[in-house]
Design a protein around this ligand. Structure first.
Ligand SMILES: *Cc1c(COP(=O)(O)O)cnc(C)c1O
Length: 402
């Protein structure tokens, strides 16, 4: 049985009539730019995340870009971030004429290593003086270690822009994890949090979309103005912005889907637990062929009665001989993908900037060892068995083959 990495059809089917009706209403209204449907989604996402302000934008990439613009990041500035993320994290920095300052990742979570960040800032005062912001990425749906990062940001006067494109809804524990009300949603902890509604994200539209959330009213206002070419009032441009608007067709679809998000997150977590059982039974964990991704906040969360400690936008184990396994899975039609084969500091567009000489061993090792498996909410237990059986047969065949 072929198993796709992601299948949006079973999610669409039960919502299709409701979505068609909502989209039809927008079409018939002839109001195609911004308006009450976008405002309604902004209110709903702000409430869900526990913040005051949300600004709908055209993509997750634009969310990062406009947040950095609003924080006045520009030429000469450095932005501390991870070399192991989707390109937009770095691209938004470079497009503003600023430069990324990379710190390696924690090999357990794949997120930026806060200790390495601290060591870098403390040992290189000439660099620290130029760092204006930090972009932690909550990779694969699990929050980066925010407490030490926020402390660093405070100490060095850095703005914090959370790249929560893969993590809408994920919760981060407070100092006293048992304090249930103290858990905070991804994106709500820094100065600004950025979401993507790309169709493959946990909350995905029927095209591109994104959102910035923040707690500060003045920053929210500035982002709203930058979203429409820096225009306030209309045709008076005190700032240079862009066209970063979200359209109401995406907004109505996303608001319908937002109501289902907690159940979809739960289904993804259930699938992750399914993989943990199946791989444990397979024997592949003991012999080191497979290393499953850690849910580092799970125990604290379960003790506190918290669900969304991880939202599993991706389920990404490490595998021995990853590339051979990948070829095998392609042959037997098991969907999988390498996120990300080339770390950001090795990308061609930064060759001239001296990044290729830098070394981030954990990011490079992750790029060479990881493979994302299907984890979408509607994935069945039978399909999961198929995935694990295909992986088992690869390693068994390899042993037989010598
Ligand atoms: C998807 C993603 C983005 C960009 O979002 P788009 O909506 O595709 O522009 C940025 N950062 C990360 C980590 C992402 O996964």
């Amino acid at each position: 049985m072929a198993v796709p990495l992601l299948d949006l059809q079973p999610q669409l089917a039960p919502l299709r009539e409701e979505i068609l009706a909502a989209v039809t209403e927008v079409i018939d209204s002839c109001g195609y730019i911004m308006g009450p449907k976008v405002e309604s989604l902004e209110r709903a996402v702000a409430d869900y995340c526990g913040v005051e302000h949300a600004i709908g934008v055209a993509s997750g990439t634009d969310a990062l870009l406009v947040a950095l613009m609003a924080l006045d990041i520009g030429p000469g500035d450095l932005v501390l971030t991870t070399p192991y993320s989707f390109f937009a994290t770095m691209g938004s920095i470079l497009r503003l004429g600023a430069r990324p300052l990379f710190v390696d990742i924690d090999p357990v979570t794949f997120n930026i290593d806060p200790l390495a960040a601290r060591e870098l800032l403390e040992s290189r005062p000439e660099l620290a003086a130029r760092v204006k912001a930090i972009i932690p990425v909550h990779l694969y749906g699990q929050c980066a270690e925010m407490a030490p990062l926020l402390e660093l940001a405070q100490r060095f006067g850095l703005a914090v822009v959370e790249d929560a494109a893969q993590a809408i809804g994920a919760l981060y524990p407070p100092a006293r994890a048992a304090d249930k009300a103290g858990w905070r949603r991804a994106g709500s902890m820094g100065d600004a949090g950025c979401f993507s509604f790309f169709p493959s994200k946990n909350l995905g539209g029927i095209g591109d979309g994104g959102m910035v959330i923040c707690r500060d009213a003045a920053l929210a206002e500035k982002i709203r103005i930058l979203r429409v070419h820096g225009s306030a009032p209309k045709y008076h441009h005190g700032l240079v912005g862009g066209n970063f608007r979200l359209d109401p067709i995406q907004a109505v679809v996303l608001e319908i889907k937002l109501g289902h998000l907690p159940a979809w997150h739960a289904a993804r977590r259930n699938n992750a637990e399914g993989y943990r059982r199946l791989f444990a039974d397979s024997g592949l964990l003991e012999d080191g062929s497979v290393l499953l991704p850690a849910a580092v906040y799970r125990e604290q969360a379960q003790a506190a009665g918290i669900d969304d400690y991880h939202i599993y936008n991706q389920f990404v184990p490490r595998f021995a001989r990853r590339d051979q396994l990948l070829a095998h899975l392609r042959r037997v039609e098991i969907g999988c993908e390498v996120y990300y084969p080339v770390p950001l500091h090795k990308q061609g567009c930064v060759a001239e900037l001296g990044y290729h000489e830098q070394v981030f061993p954990e990011a490079e090792r992750a790029a060479g060892e990881t493979l994302a498996l299907p984890i979408y909410p509607e994935l069945t237990e039978e399909m999961q068995r198929e995935v694990v059986a295909a992986i088992s047969s690869f390693y068994r065949g390899e042993r037989r083959g010598g």
